[in-house]
Design a protein around this ligand. Structure first.
Ligand SMILES: Nc1ncnc2c1ncn2[C@@H]1O[C@H](COP(=O)(O)OP(=O)(O)OP(=O)(O)O)[C@@H](O)[C@H]1O
Ligand SMILES: [Mg+2]
Length: 384
């Protein structure tokens, strides 16, 4: 069924698929918009408003002069006449004034208006084309930039992975000789030499830890994280964590307390990786704390999972910065005079490890009051 509409200008029948009215040549879409806006006009200003294709074009008089269809004096005459008519309360368009004064004939006026509308449409088409071209150019620039960033990221992660491998080799030699010296296999040591060796051994451990973290991080960035899922007792795990963090806690004068219910089911996770995550969270909770502060490790089970929470009474994190803390190599205080040590890798890696377990880390914090990290791990199948 083909429905028809009536032209808003001449009221003749027109097809909705036509761009222009076959009778008066008016642009149907523009005319419809004009009618709609005229309906919403103040009744005083719209009184006597007559719709003509002329209303669609700006500065008709200048256009007619420019095209040498009208002389400047004739235009002035028509403009004066139009003003007088308006003063008398009769609304009159310039074209209508020109025809009334017989300064131009209807056919020429209509042709000029139609040409001007066509020119405007063409200008609009060109500007749309230009805009589309700009959008295409910008899209391709953005795609290039994205490609470069991806490539750089890949390079960075390859570099980190290669360099960590390279650093491991001399480190293996170092630990061999450190062991020989510490066990006095190469001769007995004086007290001073033993003290020096202790410092060497702890620096060695820190270096090895950093390199291991870098390596795990680069593998995780490449999506290569292998998990060895086994049943783990959280009771035993927290004991290990507390004992490994005790020296740091004592130094910082921070108390670590655990809060685990009796008969806590085993969880299923990668033991080394989850131990590492908990250590990072507890070490952060100690590091960003204050003397006399507390760190609490707690677990709450349900039938499917166990929610593990590490809460501290430390410096806290501003709400707006909570997302930043998971960015790799990023510390909230990154200034050269920063107070706390570290590489800013701990949480980035912890998040990836928890993600790889199909879970996620949540954090809530209040500046000056403390921070709370929570994540859940599945209950071991056998115990469900
Ligand atoms: N418990 C916390 N309380 C307050 N701020 C924290 C806490 N944990 C992390 N942050 C903030 O988040 C940043 C990132 O933590 P992340 O563990 O990734 O790095 P780091 O501890 O600075 O260095 P790294 O863990 O590599 O030794 C920290 O530098 C700190 O600004
Ligand atoms: Mg950390």
């Amino acid at each position: 069924m083909t429905s028809s509409i009536s032209c808003p200008n001449c009221n003749q029948q027109a097809s909705p698929s036509d761009q222009k009215c076959a009778h008066c040549g008016v642009d149907l879409a523009l005319a419809a918009i004009l009618v709609e806006s005229s309906l919403s006009l103040d009744p005083q200003t719209s009184a006597g408003f007559s719709l003509s294709p002329e209303i669609l074009v700006p500065r008709l008089g200048d256009y007619l002069v420019e095209k040498e269809l009208l002389g400047r004096e004739k235009l002035d005459k028509a403009l004066n006449y139009q003003k007088e008519q308006i003063k008398e309360g009769k609304s009159l368009l310039l074209g209508q004034a020109l025809i009334k004064l017989k300064l131009i004939d209807r056919e020429m006026l209509d042709r000029a208006v139609t040409e001007q509308i066509l020119e405007l449409q063409e200008a609009l088409r060109q500007s749309n084309k230009h805009l589309e071209q700009r959008v295409q150019e910008r899209t391709s620039e953005l795609q290039d930039a994205l490609y470069k960033i991806t490539e750089l990221n890949q390079l960075k992660s390859n570099f980190v992975s290669n360099i960590s491998h390279e650093l491991r080799t001399p480190l293996a030699h170092m630990i061999g000789y450190l062991d020989l010296l510490t066990t006095e296999a190469l001769g007995s040591l004086s007290h001073q030499q033993k003290d020096a060796l202790n410092i060497l051994n702890s620096s060695y451990s820190r270096l090895q830890e950093l390199i291991d973290n870098l390596l795990t991080f680069s593998l995780a960035s490449q999506g290569r994280m292998d998990l060895q899922l086994i049943p783990i007792s959280l009771e035993n795990l927290t004991k290990v964590i507390v004992s490994q963090s005790q020296t740091k806690a004592l130094e910082a004068k921070v108390d670590i307390v655990t809060n685990l219910p009796k008969d806590l089911p085993k969880i299923q996770a990668d033991q080394n990786k989850i131990t590492w995550v908990l250590l990072q969270l507890v070490e952060n909770a100690i590091k960003f704390n204050q003397p006399g502060g507390k760190v609490n490790i707690s677990a709450i089970p349900d039938s499917l999972k166990v929610a593990i929470t590490i809460t501290d009474t430390g410096i806290g994190i501003q709400e707006a910065k909570l997302d930043e803390i998971f960015e790799s190599f990023h510390q909230l205080d990154g200034s050269p005079s920063r107070k706390y040590g570290g590489t800013g890798l701990g949480l980035a890696l912890a998040q990836r490890i928890i993600d790889a377990h199909g879970s996620s880390i949540d954090v809530t914090s209040k500046v000056g009051e403390g921070t709370r990290f929570t994540f859940s791990l599945p209950v071991d199948e056998v115990q469900k």
